[in-house]
Write a protein that binds this ligand. Structure first.
Ligand code: AQP
Length: 351
């Protein structure tokens, strides 16, 4: 089976974008893939070092994974900092990647803002740690939202440069498989990982501004639906969602240049497992005053059971901690096998 890896940061409340863009796909991939799902706590200290309750946030994301339907007995669920090989490989990748590659990352530019000189070195190196998260398991597929596309391209660039720089050594040690990189055939130790970015909700937008993605850090709580919101909050937020005065179009093409309408149709499609065409066929010509209540009912129907399950699982801290510890032990076996190879290839002395 192909190997899937993905992660979510323990920063703030999970929202509908995290769910539709990532977590729901994590669940779906369990049938066909071996999966490793990680709460990436080391990533959460890149933008802000001190958090009020990082252990609680880590457990809460874990509870969300489990409540959504991830099975920790068949797959691996753990927190990143427990498996030290992530940080070790990230250091190696800091020496593989170029500063120019990192400076071009749009997420770094957005999060660092104007005062770039004052951003943490960790924020700049964030994609290097993300590449390590994925490649320490030599994962071949990564389900993510559209905002992570550029980081996945960089992960491939890091893998390709490592494979190329150490091609002869990888061949001599018999640690590689032959793979094409551009015009060349190299002895690849790391796979060129594919992102899985599909479906109608790969970039869920803010409910208050159709040009901004739904985000945990948006100061307005009305901009997002949190996975822990109750039915009243979900209905209120959808009712208040920004829209234009026109009814929904009768053709998909009519959503062009109507970002808020397009976003709500995409959310409805994803939650109902329909195509956007099917949603337009059903609601085309109707006013938002008719569409919004239908969307609110659907969202409550899909999210309320997850919220209830999250509350139930979160109450059992011993269980959640046990899942994370057990997952980390299993993850470490795979990660250490990769690192043994990396140390040998580079020339670092293994025990
Ligand atoms: N709006 C979104 N639509 C679709 N997918 C999204 N993801 C995030 N926002 C959307 C996907 O969720 C996964 C986990 O994200 P994360 O917590 O690791 O990082 P993030 O992208 O920083 O999440 P936020 O909510 O946007 O946080 P802030 O406000 O800090 O920037 C990823 O697969 C991501 O693509």
């Amino acid at each position: 089976k192909p190997l899937v890896f993905s992660g979510v940061q323990p920063t703030g409340n999970l929202h509908l974008g995290n769910y539709l863009g990532a977590i729901r796909k994590f669940v779906a991939l369990q049938e066909s893939h071996d999966c490793i799902y990680c709460v990436v706590d080391l990533h959460s200290i890149t933008a802000q070092l001190v958090h009020d309750d990082l252990p609680g946030q880590t457990r809460s994301i874990t509870a969300a994974f489990l409540a959504a339907g991830i099975d920790p007995t068949k797959h691996i669920v753990f927190n990143q900092s427990r498996v030290r090989q992530h940080a070790e490989l990230a250091w190696v990748f800091n020496c593989v990647a170029r500063i120019g590659w990192m400076n071009r990352m749009t997420q770094f530019k957005d999060k660092a803002g104007k005062d770039r000189e004052n951003a943490s070195l960790g924020l700049l190196a964030y994609p290097s740690l993300m590449a390590a998260d994925i490649l320490v398991y030599r994962a071949t597929h990564v389900p993510v939202g559209d905002d992570q596309k550029q980081h996945l391209e960089l992960t491939r660039d890091i893998a390709a440069k490592f494979n190329n720089d150490f091609s002869a050594k990888i061949g001599d040690l018999g640690l590689g498989v032959e793979m094409e990189v551009g015009e060349e055939t190299v002895n690849g130790f790391f796979p060129l990982t594919e992102p899985l970015i599909e479906g109608p909700a790969t970039r869920v937008m803010s409910l208050r501004d159709g040009s901004k993605k739904m985000s945990k850090s948006d100061p307005s709580d009305l901009s997002r639906i949190n996975l822990t919101d109750d039915a009243d909050a979900i209905s209120k937020k959808i009712k208040k969602a920004k829209t234009d005065p026109e009814p929904l179009p009768s053709e998909l093409a009519g959503l062009k240049a109507r970002p808020e309408a397009e976003n709500l149709v995409g959310i409805y499609a994803a939650l109902s497992d329909k195509t956007r065409e099917a949603v337009i066929a059903e609601f085309g010509g109707q006013q938002f005053s008719a569409f919004k209540p239908a969307l609110a009912d659907l969202a409550v129907d899909r999210l309320a059971p997850i919220a209830a399950e999250m509350r139930r699982i979160s109450a059992d801290t011993t269980y959640v901690d046990g899942v994370l510890r057990d997952g980390a032990e299993r993850a470490e076996v795979i990660a250490e096998a990769t690192m043994k190879g990396v140390r040998e290839i580079i020339g670092l002395l293994n025990d």
